[in-house]
Design a protein around this ligand. Structure first.
Ligand code: ADP
Ligand code: MG
Length: 282
């Protein structure tokens, strides 16, 4: 605490300035951009006779701008998004039921994330559900949001392990920091494989607070294969759809279509024929 005698005294009077300590001070204060740029900027400032305030403000602005970029890089890494899936590489023309301007509006973030609304994408394998969810996730990270992309089966396993180790609450807290949690392929979760009520608990915990993007290749009617009982299935769906954008992607598999159009001798009519080769994830 400051005594009245201290007030009014020059606050820097007792400090001996040792310029050689500058790198150490900047490291201690975690200012890597200033540490990298100050010498060069100081030279320019001396040469051009800048007021000290301008020199200081310039350094601080540079640090802040780079700090924001570093944060986004960190959030991109932690999001675990599949590589190369962005909105610019998504061909909206081949999915007529998905509206590009609606997706771009969602990619801006804002109110739907603030109120914890969800996106549910349905469709058979290969139609671009994972691509679209990852692309949206990437766009949101670039806007400053925090996102985690995971296969639902992987996350369910993590949740089950955490419950066994009495760490479920702390994992839930960790997941809570994500504005958007992308649960890819929820239909691959099977209640007979293990206790899937953890997934219901996650859905309940996020309800009206934190958003989910769920992809599924099975309609709601088949979701009782996911949750332990009928009542829980109904309750989960109820919460998910209460505030949700539902995307139905019922086009032809993009994988199959591109495979067929690349095949030698293929014509545009051949793509309506059903390929004999099934999608690997079917
Ligand atoms: P799903 O998750 O529905 O099974 P994916 O998102 O994995 O389908 O899509 C399968 C492959 O086809 C991926 O390589 C994906 O990038 C590509 N793909 C699917 N739809 C589109 C699209 N509309 N534009 C560009 N690439 C697409
Ligand atoms: Mg997928």
């Amino acid at each position: 605490m400051m005594s009245t005698a201290d007030q009014g005294r020059d606050p820097i009077a007792p400090i001996t300035v040792d310029l050689a300590r500058l790198p150490e001070l900047l490291t201690a204060l975690r200012l890597p951009t200033i540490a990298r740029l100050w010498a060069q900027l100081a030279e320019r400032s001396d040469r051009e006779g800048w007021p000290a305030a301008r020199f200081l403000a310039t350094l601080l602005e540079l640090e802040l701008a780079e700090r924001y970029q570093r944060r986004i890089q960190r959030h991109l890494q932690e999001a675990e998004l599949p590589v190369g899936k962005s909105l610019t590489t998504f061909d909206f023309a081949s999915v007529p039921t998905v509206n590009m301007s609606q997706i771009n509006a969602l990619a801006a973030g804002g109110s739907w994330l603030d109120k914890g609304a969800n996106i549910l994408a349905f469709g058979p394998p290969g139609v671009g559900k994972s691509h679209l969810s990852a692309a949206l996730g990437r766009a949101l990270v670039e806007k400053g949001y925090r996102v985690l992309y995971t296969r639902t089966t992987d996350l369910v396993q993590r949740l089950q392990a955490a419950r066994r180790d009495l760490l479920l609450e702390s994992l839930m807290d960790k997941l809570d920091k994500y504005d958007l949690l992308i649960l890819d392929d929820i239909s691959y979760v099977r209640k007979d494989q293990a206790e899937t009520s953890v997934l219901f608990e996650l859905i309940s915990a996020r309800y009206e607070r934190r958003s989910l993007f769920i992809t599924a290749n099975k309609p709601f009617g088949q979701w009782d294969e996911i949750f332990p009982d009928k009542a829980m299935t109904v309750a989960a769906i109820d919460r998910l759809v209460h505030h949700a954008v539902i995307l139905e992607i019922n086009t032809e598999s993009y994988r199959r279509k591109t495979a067929v159009s690349r095949a030698p001798g293929s014509s545009s009519t051949s793509k309506t024929k059903k390929s004999t080769q099934d999608d690997s994830d079917e």
